[in-house]
Design a protein around this ligand. Structure first.
Ligand code: FES
Ligand code: FES
Length: 161
């Protein structure tokens, strides 16, 4: 008998660990699965429309907005969330740079800022200021913390060299 939709566990790899998600539909937003099923609360729900960046994760090392990525698109791919950047119980280098520059205000947009900088530095360890600004342009922050965020991104880049 063919199983009903959503009754076969869906296997995904997140932060290096394999998970079989029960009862998930392949068209469910990845963000919902990460937060509700795997209890990974680093990625945040902001707009739900792919516009604010709060839900950003890495898919095969590339920044992706998990609120508009269907679960079925990330099978057999490596997903990294904010939690996956930590080194044991310590923040990863990009996270530490945000702490050092006091770039964390609300903590809501921060996930997207950190993940976007992480993705950029993986492909360009020495980004220009123009590149940093361009990459972060579509990550929305309403608290006016942009200058600290830019300083944190620069610091993370210096540490990467
Ligand atoms: S919640 Fe995904 S881009 Fe805004
Ligand atoms: S620090 Fe999150 S909206 Fe500004």
């Amino acid at each position: 008998m063919t199983p009903a939709a959503g009754t076969t566990p869906v296997r995904i790899t997140v932060n290096g660990a394999v998970h079989d998600v029960e009862g998930a539909a392949l068209d469910a937003p990845l963000l919902y699965v990460l937060r509700n099923d795997l209890e990974l609360n680093g990625p945040k729900y902001g707009c739900g429309l792919g516009e604010c960046g709060a839900c950003t994760v890495l898919v095969d090392g590339v920044a992706a907005r998990s609120c508009v990525v269907p679960l079925g698109h990330v099978l057999e791919r490596d997903i990294t969330t904010l939690e996956g950047l930590c080194r044991g119980d310590r923040p990863g280098p990009v996270q530490q740079a945000f702490i050092d520059e006091q770039a964390a205000q609300c903590g809501y947009c921060l996930n997207g800022m950190v993940m976007t900088v992480e993705a950029l530095l993986r492909r360009d360890p020495c980004p220009s200021d123009e590149t940093l600004r361009r990459e972060l342009h579509y990550n929305l922050c309403r608290c006016g913390t942009h200058l600290e965020i830019l300083c944190a991104a620069r610091l993370a880049a210096r540490h990467r060299r």
